[in-house]
Write a protein that binds this ligand. Structure first.
Ligand code: HEC
Ligand code: HEC
Length: 297
C-alpha cells in the first residue's frame, strides 16, 4: 500500500520529467547545428498543434488520424526521409525540411503548412529529436547535394527532349522494371535499335511491361511506383524538380537515384518526357495512347 502511494505521488513528477516540450538545454545536430532549448520548445508546441494527429506524440507515425492512411505518416523515430535533395540514405538539410513542409507531399495526407518561418524552423529542429541516434552529436554529417545540371534543351527543344526521353525511359534506364510502359512494343523495339542496334524479339518484352510493379519499402506497406498519367507525384512541381528527384531517387522506397547512371542530358530528357506524361492527365490523348497499347497483339 505504502509503495502504491509513493508511486501515485511520484507519477505526476515522472510525467513532467518526460514532457517532451520541456527542453532545458540546447542540442547539437548534424552539421554542427546548435539549437536552443527555446527553439525546441517552440517546435514542440507547433508539433502538438499541427502535426501530432498524424505523426503521433512519440513521432512514430501512429497519430490518432493515422489509422489506415496510405501512404502512412512518416515515423520520425527511424530517421529515414524520402524526399530530400540529398544522396539516398543521407541526412536532409534544413532547407529540405522547409521545402517539404511548406509544399506538402501531393497525393498524400501531408498538406502544405503555412506557418511562420520561425515555427517552420522550430518544428524542423524538433522532429530531429525523435531520432537522436541519427541526428545528435558533433560527428553527424549532412547529406551530399548535387548541382542541378543546366537544361540542355529549353522550351525550344522540348519536343526533341521528349522523344529522347522515351528511349531512355524504356531502354537505357529501363524505368519499366518498376513503373509501367507507355509506348507500343513496336516503338520500344525501335528505341532498342537506336540504343543497342538490334530490334527486340517478342519474348524479350516483360509480361508485366504495362503494369505498376509494387515495391517493398523500408516500412510495413508496399510502395506503388506511380503511373505518371494518373497519380499525383509527391515532390514534383516543374521539370527541374523532376530532374532533382531523378538524381536522388526516393529514399526507402526502392526508387533509385540516376545521377551518373545516365548522362545529365538523359536526365533532362527523362524529366521532359515524364512532364509530358503528366500533362496527358485524363485527356483524349491519354486514352488514344492506352488504346494503341491495349490493341496490340
Ligand atoms: C493529416 C496527416 C498529416 C499531418 C497533420 C502532418 N503530416 Fe507530415 N506526413 C504525412 C504523411 C501521410 C506523410 C508521408 C507521405 C509519403 O510517404 O509520401 C508525411 C511525411 C512527412 C515528412 C517526411 C518527408 C520525407 O521526405 O520523408 C515530414 C518531414 C513531415 N511529414 C512533417 C510534418 C510536419 C512538420 C507537420 C506539421 C506541421 C506534419 N508533417 C503534419 C501526414 C501528415
Ligand atoms: C526499383 C523500382 C524503380 C525504378 C527502377 C524506378 N522507379 Fe521511379 N519510383 C519507384 C517507386 C516505388 C516510387 C514511389 C515512391 C514513393 O512515393 O514512395 C517512384 C516514384 C517516382 C517518381 C515520383 C516522385 C515523387 O515525388 O512522387 C518519379 C518522377 C519517378 N519515380 C521516375 C522514375 C524514372 C524516370 C525512372 C527511370 C529512370 C524510375 N522512376 C525508375 C520505383 C522505381
Amino acid at each position: 500500500m505504502k509503495n502504491l502511494k509513493l508511486i501515485s505521488l511520484l507519477l505526476p513528477l515522472l510525467l513532467i520529467g518526460c514532457n517532451r516540450g520541456d527542453f532545458k538545454e540546447s542540442k547539437t545536430f548534424a552539421g554542427e547545428k546548435v539549437v536552443t532549448a527555446s527553439t525546441l520548445n517552440l517546435g514542440h508546441t507547433t508539433y502538438m498543434e499541427y502535426c501530432v494527429s498524424c505523426h503521433g506524440v512519440k513521432g512514430d507515425g501512429a497519430g490518432v488520424s493515422a489509422k489506415g492512411m496510405y501512404p502512412a505518416p512518416r515515423n520520425f523515430t527511424q530517421g529515414i526521409y524520402k524526399f530530400a535533395y540529398v544522396v539516398s540514405g543521407e541526412l536532409p538539410h534544413d532547407e529540405d525540411f522547409y521545402r517539404i513542409i511548406r509544399h506538402g507531399l501531393k497525393g498524400s495526407a501531408m498538406l502544405p503548412w503555412d506557418i511562420s518561418d520561425e515555427r517552420l524552423d522550430a518544428v524542423t529542429q524538433y522532429i530531429k529529436t525523435f531520432a537522436p541516434a541519427v541526428w545528435e552529436g558533433t560527428d553527424k554529417v549532412l547529406g551530399t547535394k548535387y548541382e542541378l545540371p543546366a537544361d540542355p534543351f529549353g522550351d525550344v527543344y522540348r519536343h526533341q527532349a521528349i522523344e529522347k526521353g522515351k528511349s531512355v525511359y524504356h531502354i537505357t534506364a529501363a524505368c519499366t522494371t518498376c513503373h509501367r510502359g507507355y509506348e507500343t512494343k513496336e516503338n520500344i523495339s525501335k528505341y532498342n535499335i537506336e540504343v543497342n542496334k538490334v530490334p527486340l524479339k517478342p519474348e524479350e518484352f516483360a509480361a508485366d511491361l504495362y503494369e505498376l510493379k509494387l515495391q517493398e519499402g523500408d516500412w510495413n506497406y508496399k510502395v506503388i511506383p506511380p503511373d505518371f498519367t494518373h497519380h499525383q507525384l509527391r515532390s514534383i512541381t516543374d521539370v527541374a524538380s523532376i530532374v532533382q528527384r531523378l538524381m536522388y531517387g526516393v529514399n526507402g522506397s526502392g526508387m533509385p537515384g540516376w545521377k551518373d547512371v545516365v548522362t545529365d542530358q538523359e536526365l533532362w530528357a527523362l524529366a521532359y518526357y515524364i512532364q509530358s506524361l503528366r500533362d496527358l492527365k485524363e485527356s483524349p490523348a491519354k486514352y488514344e495512347l492506352l488504346e494503341k497499347i491495349n490493341n496490340q497483339k
